[in-house]
Design a protein around this ligand. Structure first.
Ligand code: DOR
Length: 465
């Protein structure tokens, strides 16, 4: 009573908001980068008011698996181009993988990435620490550093040199730390044993899922789940691709969460290899229709927690090498939202489930502070989408340095029209706005001591100076 009404910095007005209480047509009042009010705010003072009638406002999409290649591999991508693609694609936060050069296995390497992201990242970001024999004993400390999304383990070789294929080292890695560990589950010994299948002259990428077969995935998932149970460590199994792994994961809901990618839900073998060649080559591979259908069933059943893009660009020149010398990996950060919204349009999942898989899910799995829902006090990260927009995905739209997408030419219904990161509009109608002001994501299970006692100044508290 008697207090002066505080103005908002910005109001996003009249959108259909996906809140924890359901869909509500409301205005979102933003102050100091946080959601300060949700409701009827038409008569409230604000520095700016943006009307979005008919558009849906989703909590910001968190892409929790991207490879942005900096430092060391910036001919493929860097943190500016990668996050540019994220912002254009309606993604408000990214968690970046450690297989750069050098690999992100030390405090210095993590801090270098955070420094490189400052004033060049269009969206909020966090970086994984790669597990290796050399840093196993330090992981409990490393995983708690500001800006760290957690530990990533490659059980099978993929792009880069990170690999933990010795069960004793794996045990050591899992014993050091408490946060959920992200796992690339392919069985290295089996991959080596079967490599001969692709080494003959004229091998075709359609052999990729035959070499890196279902058992390669199943054996790795099976053994890492067993070990997780033994040592008491929660896992997140990345890019699950086989029907065979699903019952194992269903029986392990206490220790493991599950990610699938838009590629594995949208493309299938052998058609994708005939049409796209090495531009469909990724690890673990895109598999047959039976597996794709099983993954959709797992989405429907609630077994899948997260959709991540596994954005992993390589240059056209690199992709043009004859298989199997062509590198594995497909770009995806910019197409995650349109591809999945098209699946929403086709009735394969609800918009609520989309939010669960791309925002609430990653926030829950990685224990993100203040992101993952439209709620008071949360970061004002918004992915605003037009569910009726019919567009064609085209290579020329792609901001990634690689300049292509496996979805070139695909017609979709549903498109991101605005990306808001902590209250700043960074993309509107396909145009980037302002300058990159992305910050490090904070994690509730790894908050540093000495946070300010009150107020929105918490927003920047965890950032290394
Ligand atoms: O296909 C892939 N490419 N899978 C991975 O695990 C790594 C990624 C890359 O970094 O290129």
């Amino acid at each position: 009573m008697g207090s002066v009404e505080q103005a908002f910095d910005r109001i996003i007005a009249s959108g259909i908001c996906l809140t924890p209480a359901g869909r509500v047509t409301a205005d979102i009042g933003i102050r100091d980068g946080r959601i300060a009010a949700i409701g009827a705010l038409y008569d409230r003072p604000t520095a700016e008011r943006i009307h979005v009638p008919g558009l849906h406002i989703l909590p910001g999409v968190i892409d929790s698996q991207v490879h942005f290649r900096e430092p060391g591999l910036t001919h493929k991508e860097d943190l500016e181009t990668g996050t540019r693609g994220a912002a254009l694609g309606g993604v408000t936060s990214i968690f970046e993988m450690p297989n750069t050069n050098p690999a992100t296995t030390t405090r210095a390497a993590l801090e270098e990435k955070l420094a490189l992201a400052r004033e060049r990242s269009w969206v909020d970001h966090a970086f994984f620490i790669g597990a290796a024999a050399e840093n196993a004993g330090e992981l409990a400390t490393l995983e708690r550093l500001p800006g760290c999304a957690g530990v990533k383990i490659f059980l099978g070789s993929s792009t880069g040199s990170l690999l933990v294929d010795d069960p004793r080292v794996l045990r050591e890695v899992l014993k050091h730390g408490t946060r959920r560990v992200a796992i690339h589950a392919e069985h290295e010994a089996r991959l080596i044993e079967r490599r001969y299948l692709v080494e003959r002259a004229g091998a075709h990428p359609r052999l990729h899922p035959i070499w890196r077969d279902e058992d390669s995935a199943r054996l790795a998932t099976e053994s890492v789940l067993r070990l997780a149970r033994e040592v008491g460590r929660a896992l997140h199994i990345l890019h699950v691709t086989t029907e065979d792994e699903l019952p194992l994961l269903q029986a392990a809901r206490d220790v493991a969460t599950v990610e699938v990618t838009p590629q594995h839900l949208t493309l299938s073998a052998p058609e994708c290899y005939e049409r796209l060649g090495t531009y469909a080559q990724m690890n673990p591979p895109i598999r047959g229709e039976q597996h794709r259908q099983a993954l959709w069933q797992a989405v429907t059943d609630g077994l899948v927690d997260v959709i991540g893009s596994d954005h992993a660009p390589h240059t056209r020149e690199e992709k043009s090498k004859p298989y199997p010398f062509s590198p594995s990996g497909l770009p995806g950060v910019q197409t995650l939202v349109p591809i999945m919204l098209d699946h929403v349009h086709a009735g394969r999942l609800s918009l609520e489930r989309f939010v669960d898989l791309t925002s609430t899910g990653p926030a829950r799995v990685y224990d993100v502070a203040c992101k993952g829902r439209l709620a008071l006090g949360y970061d004002a990260d918004l992915t605003i989408v037009d569910l009726n927009a019919r567009r064609t995905i085209e290579n020329r739209q792609i901001a990634s340095r690689c300049g292509y997408t496996p979805f070139d030419g695909m017609q979709v219904t549903g498109w991101p029209t605005m990306t808001v990161v902590r209250g700043q509009v960074v993309m509107r109608d396909g145009q980037l706005l302002g300058t990159p002001t992305g910050q490090a994501v904070r994690f509730a299970s790894a908050l540093p001591a000495g946070l300010p006692t009150t107020g929105p100044s918490l927003a920047g508290a965890a950032h290394p100076r």
